[in-house]
Design a protein around this ligand. Structure first.
Ligand SMILES: [Zn+2]
Ligand SMILES: [Zn+2]
Length: 107
C-alpha cells in the first residue's frame, strides 16, 4: 500500500468543536486534515518518549512490566520500577493526559 495515498474521511462531530478546531488550525497555519491524520496515527500506534533515555518508541514494540504495569523502553529497558514516588506521580498523570485523548490506555 502506498503510504502517501489519500482517502476521503467524512465524519459527523460536535459543531462547536469543529468550528473551534478550524479556528485553531487556521491560527497555526496547519490544515485540519493534518491534525486529524496525526491524531489517527497516534491512535493506531501510540508512540512515547522514554523518560530515562529520551528515545522514542511505539507501544507495539514495548513489553509491559508485570510488576509496575508500565511499558518497558526497548532501548534502555527501564520501566516505572526504577522511579521515585514523586517522579512516578508526575509520569503517571502525564500518561493520563494521553489516555484521556485516546479514550483508553496507551498499552
Ligand atoms: Zn529508554
Ligand atoms: Zn516495572
Amino acid at each position: 500500500m502506498n503510504k502517501d495515498s489519500k482517502a476521503k474521511l467524512t465524519v459527523t462531530i460536535n459543531k462547536k468543536i469543529l468550528e473551534n478546531a478550524k479556528k485553531v488550525a487556521e491560527e497555526k497555519h496547519l490544515p485540519l486534515s493534518g491534525a486529524i491524520e496525526n491524531f489517527l496515527e497516534f491512535f493506531v500506534e501510540p508512540s512515547v518518549y522514554c523518560f530515562k533515555c529520551g528515545r522514542k518508541f511505539t507501544s507495539k514494540e514495548a513489553e509491559v512490566c508485570t510488576k509496575c504495569g508500565w511499558m518497558i523502553c526497548p532501548h534502555c529497558k527501564v520501566c516505572g520500577c526504577s522511579l521515585g514516588e514523586e517522579t512516578l506521580r508526575a509520569v503517571f498523570y502525564m500518561r493520563r493526559t494521553f489516555e484521556d485523548l485516546l479514550i483508553g490506555r496507551v498499552k
